[in-house]
Design a protein around this ligand. Structure first.
Ligand code: 9Z3
Length: 315
């Protein structure tokens, strides 16, 4: 076994399981089992940022930036493309379909108590937008095609990522992993973490963070070697972006990196494969009409996945 995968094993050994791990594992396995008999592709979408706790009884933590828009929008477009979706997301980040409902929804409802049962009505200017969203949501729900699983910390995320990847392996090339979550590269290992809240009376705080072992390596090699794996590369400096994406592909040998720059991520990404490099841009006009770049990304990735499946099934 390589040193890198030993690092990963050590990480899992030292890091507590997430709350209700067995329940989550069971629901993932049941979901995969239910979709095993069909020809439908299944995708794991990861979304939102991971926290890195500074104390075991956590009061403070470091967070990775992500609102969950990329992941939740992508999950909806995957459903439209006929995928069953496991949505592994940061607790309280944006959820597919729910993201369209504003937090002040109560301001747009009226109640009529004329009949025997009170009737809630949505203001008519909102129904036009809500009806198609609700229909797509109810359709996914009734067909059991969307599973929501939440995480908070880096440790929770990685335990659940490993479990879900392993559960997807029997689906072979029918499985896709779309790793859009913003995952910390640094952490404080459990044995170096104070138990109680760090006290300000002790003076200024100096933090020393360790590197998180690169989990894409065992994921591609051991956990789910036959799946179509897509990772994301986020940079703030566009000049190093594609180079970093290529380096990741060479290192981990997966299929695609979606490369994006923080400031322009809603308008432009580059799909990088070992042979190609294709920019995807959302025209300004489409953006003003409410279209989203995720629709274009998912269209392209489902095409690539379908080609990959055909090639894998032949060999
Ligand atoms: C991304 O790059 C996502 O596209 C964003 C989406 C997090 C920028 P939002 O949720 O943002 O719509 O607000 N995700 C991957 C980020 C990441 O952690 N990548 C690492 C890296 O770049 C691991 S591959 O090194």
């Amino acid at each position: 076994m390589s040193t890198a995968s030993l690092d990963c094993d050590d990480f899992f050994e030292a890091t507590a399981l997430p709350e209700n791990f067995q329940g989550k594992k069971q629901s993932i396995e049941t979901f995969v089992e239910r979709h095993k008999g069909s020809k439908q592709p299944v995708v794991l979408v990861t979304s939102g940022g991971t926290t890195v706790p500074l104390e075991s009884r956590t009061v403070r933590f470091i967070d990775n930036f992500s609102s969950g828009t990329r992941g939740s929008a992508s999950a909806e477009y995957f459903l439209d493309q006929g995928y069953a979706v496991i949505f592994l997301h940061r607790h309280r980040s944006l959820l597919p379909f729910h993201r369209h409902v504003q937090s002040n929804i109560l301001d747009h409802l009226t109640v009529s108590t004329a009949g025997s049962d009170p009737l809630i009505t949505v203001q008519s200017d909102k129904t036009e937008k809500l009806v198609p969203i609700l229909q797509r949501y109810l359709d996914a729900q009734s067909k059991g095609r969307l599973l929501l699983v939440s995480f908070t910390s880096l440790g929770d995320y990685l335990h659940l990522l490993r479990e879900t990847s392993r559960a997807l392996q029997p689906l072979k090339s029918r499985a896709m992993l779309y790793l859009a979550a913003a995952v910390s590269d640094f952490h404080i290992p459990a044995n170096m973490m104070p138990e109680h809240k760090i006290q300000s009376a002790n003076g200024p705080l100096q933090l020393s963070l360790q590197l998180v072992p690169k989990m894409l390596r065992p994921l591609v090699k051991d956990w789910t070697p036959d799946a179509f794996v897509i990772s994301f590369k986020l940079e703030t400096d566009k000049d190093i972006l594609v180079w970093k994406a290529r380096k990741a592909l060479e290192q981990y040998q997966h299929k695609v990196v979606v490369a994006n720059v923080l400031d322009t991520r809603k308008m432009e990404v580059t799909l990088v494969t070992s042979e190609t490099q294709e920019p995807i841009r959302l025209p300004e006009k489409d953006a003003t009409e409410g279209k989203e770049i995720e629709e274009l990304i998912i269209q392209k990735l489902s095409e690539l996945h379908s080609q990959f499946r055909k090639a894998s099934e032949k060999s």
